[in-house]
Design a protein around this ligand. Structure first.
Ligand SMILES: [Zn+2]
Length: 375
């Protein structure tokens, strides 16, 4: 069952594998759990199995499987929110259209909805209509970090399968694929990534751990250098965002080059527009991810400081490699200040997704953290 060996998600993989084997796939699945822990591979494996030319549960090697696993099979679709939410226009036009027509190839269509809990009410209602009258041989896979964000009428029409953060062992195995990192750094990355393989990969890049160490020094620097440091730290974060955006733009350039090669010198205008839209969306997402990651790093650090302040052993902390820094901050920050800081970070993290002026939002957040510590 090689296509069902999905790192970090043996339970979800076996549930879907069994459903395929017993021909009980149904027409909708809700994959519930934190995003980015293997949802893509689960949906693609399901598409591969349902359209395999060789084996009932998917061979993994035939042309159909290979394209499904790459996300490039004509019967497999991924819907990603444009901007902050899935919009009703997208659901009515694009989703309905795809769901109702017959795919050029394959027995089953598999339609994956990324961040399905980010549908607004109108979009959710339009989607519910589709679920109420499921087209034959069409399987929806909707991904929910928080099922309560969607009407129960949608969730109750789906079979639920749970995904979870990766365990320490699976994370450690992934970390060994970065050979140039020291054992000490590898251990820090595995701990700080808290079960998220995407975060672990990012931490193991050249700048990843450097950025993490800068983020966790923010409380100390704020104490020493005051509000001026908030502005400086926000500016550094802005540089981090610019680097992330530059990476996205490089990808878009490569995609345009490939299109030009494929179509001769003039790709159709609507295809080019799609590439542009996707790139704009990814740029925005890249900026959000950078800001949220910084906030998560900070929250993880404050949590560790609180742990040490209330008698925990620094060796058991996520940031065990900087026991001295933990002790220093634990001596300087009250429990109340730590709890208030963690709370501020969680509230602001939610808001960031909707905020256009991200650097300003981060600046004001850091000023808040400074005033909480100074109070
Ligand atoms: Zn196959």
């Amino acid at each position: 069952m090689t296509i069902w060996q999905i790192p970090g998600q043996p339970h979800a993989a076996s549930v879907l594998h069994d459903a395929v084997r017993h021909d009980q796939v149904g027409h909708a699945w809700a994959v519930v759990g934190p995003s980015g822990v293997g949802q893509e591979q689960l949906a693609r494996s399901l598409a591969a199995a349902l359209n395999c030319e060789v084996e009932v549960t998917g061979c993994g090697t035939c042309s159909s499987c290979a394209r499904s696993l790459r996300g490039a099979h004509p019967a497999y679709w991924e819907f990603v929110p444009v901007g902050a939410a899935h919009r009703v226009g997208e659901v009515r036009d694009s989703w309905t259209h795809v769901a109702s027509r017959t795919a050029a190839e394959g027995r089953y269509k598999v339609l994956r909805v990324v961040d399905a809990d980010r549908m607004n009410d109108a979009a959710a209602n339009a989607f519910l209509k589709m679920l109420e009258e499921p087209p034959p041989r069409t399987v929806w896979v909707i991904e929910l970090a928080d099922p309560e964000e969607l009407p129960d009428t949608i969730v109750s029409r789906c079979r639920e399968v749970r995904v979870s953060p990766w365990d320490r062992e699976t994370m450690a195995a992934l970390a060994t694929t970065a050979p140039s990192v020291t054992d000490r750094d590898r251990d820090l990355a595995v701990r700080a990534a808290m079960g998220s393989p995407d975060r672990l990969r990012a931490l193991l890049t050249a700048r990843g751990l450097e950025d993490l160490r800068r983020h966790r020094s923010i409380p100390r620097e704020l104490r020493h250098r005051g509000p001026a440091f908030a502005l400086l730290a926000a500016a550094e974060l802005d540089d981090e965002m610019k680097r992330a955006v530059a990476g996205v733009r490089d990808d878009a350039r490569r995609e345009r080059d490939q299109l030009a090669e494929f179509y001769g010198d003039a790709p159709p205008r609507d295809v080019l527009r799609q590439v542009e839209q996707r790139s704009t969306r990814r740029e925005r997402e890249a900026r959000t991810v950078v800001a949220q990651t910084a906030l998560d790093d900070l929250a993880g650090w404050y949590r560790d400081v609180l742990f040490v302040r209330t008698g925990g052993d620094p060796a058991d902390a996520l940031h065990a490699d900087d026991a001295e820094g933990l002790r220093v901050d634990a001596g300087a920050l009250s429990e109340r200040a730590l709890l208030a800081s963690i709370d501020t970070l969680f509230v602001r993290r939610e808001e960031l997704e909707l905020n256009v002026a991200m650097t300003l939002a981060v600046e004001s957040l850091l000023l808040d953290l400074w005033s909480v510590a100074a109070a």
